[in-house]
Unconditional design. Structure first.
Length: 357
């Protein structure tokens, strides 16, 4: 009897020890972390980072476990939320202390930026001490009286003249000396001559650019935006800066990000669809299109598909049918009776041998 009591007591101690280790009660390296990466023990605070299969657990040296909390902080500027650790002495970002931070005056600015009464921080690094003039310019850039910043790096030394060209969807920027698409410099361009066409298109007096690349042969005077991906001039149509061979600028129309047409032919991205009829061509969904005679997936014709009864079962998986047959991409699925597929049915997947619901 005494032996059984002793064994039970040992088991209880082992179980308690296991739970204590799991939860970090003994402040050894813990196994359980919150969704924001922190584990707050009795005496220590730990932080877990994960990069692929590489998982690292690090003690936050100096953190005060008894007062440590993780807070969701809202930016007064952008309204966005970021999570920071906090104890009675310091603020923490990603498990690292913000050097010399003042807890009482700390606030989140936006992006990776925060500040207190003495300094501005990017993530856990000190960025500058010009707190009075620091501001977010947009989602990419911030500035103070001396510099423009991208992340924790100085991007321009001309904050007075640094600006976005065009509306708030534009990716083009200039200062007195340089031009950029995003963070990529457009070399050899006079900032005073850069003209906004669209979020990803701009011109100077002699050249046209799509993003950061020159559009070879484009006519500067007639170049115009059709939508985000498509542009044209008097002579050509362009998709993402590449000429669409044979496309007619005068009659060209954009149906969606992939399908377009003119009075002569239809296109999928840069590819002409040789058998498609522009007069009756229409979208089925983001993956499929049809005309009076045929059905297409991307630029490929689905052999034998009936446009009048054609329907999509799962566009992401390339599954479709008409009144007679079922199809996987442009290929007919053998052995499937299309008449047995219920109206409005959706499937999970398909291949050349069958359909999975």
């Amino acid at each position: 009897m005494h032996k059984l009591v002793k064994i039970s007591a040992i088991r209880a101690i082992m179980i308690f020890g296991f739970i204590a280790t799991l939860l970090g009660c003994g402040d050894g390296k813990p196994n359980v972390f919150s969704s924001n990466g922190y584990h707050i023990g009795k005496e220590k605070v730990w932080y877990k980072t994960s990069l692929g299969m590489d998982i690292r657990i690090t003690e936050i040296v100096g953190a005060h476990a008894k007062t440590f909390v993780v807070q969701s902080v809202t930016s007064k500027v952008t309204g966005r939320i970021s999570e920071y650790g906090k104890d009675q002495r310091c603020i923490y970002y990603g498990g690292a202390a913000l050097p010399g931070c003042d807890v009482a005056s700390f606030e989140y600015v936006g992006g990776g930026y925060s500040k207190d009464k003495n300094r501005v921080y990017y993530m856990s690094d000190v960025l500058c001490d010009d707190v009075a003039h620091f501001e977010m310019m947009d989602d990419q850039f911030a500035k103070d009286a001396s510099h423009v910043y991208f992340g924790n790096s100085v991007f321009s030394d001309d904050p007075t003249h640094f600006k976005r060209i065009g509306n708030n969807t534009s990716n083009y920027y200039t200062d007195r000396y340089k031009c950029w698409y995003g963070i990529y410099e457009l070399k050899g361009i006079d900032p005073n001559k850069l003209r906004y066409i669209g979020p990803d298109a701009a011109t100077d007096e002699t050249r046209v650019f799509y993003q950061m690349n020159e559009v070879e042969g484009a006519d500067v005077k007639s170049y115009q935006l059709l939508d985000k991906q498509y542009t044209k001039d008097t002579h050509k149509v362009y998709r993402e800066g590449q000429a669409m061979e044979g496309a007619d600028p005068a009659s060209f129309r954009v149906l969606d990000q992939h399908y377009t047409l003119d009075h002569q032919q239809c296109y999928y991205d840069l590819q002409a669809i040789p058998t498609a009829d522009p007069a009756t061509f229409q979208l089925v969904d983001e993956f499929y299109a049809k005309d009076a005679r045929s059905v297409f997936i991307s630029e490929k014709r689905i052999e034998g598909a009936d446009p009048a009864t054609f329907r999509v079962l799962n566009g992401n998986a390339g599954c479709s049918c008409d009144a007679r047959y079922a199809y996987n991409m442009e290929n007919r699925i053998q052995g499937v009776n299309a008449a047995s597929i219920p109206a409005g049915a959706r499937c999970k997947s398909c291949n050349e041998t069958g359909i999975t619901y």
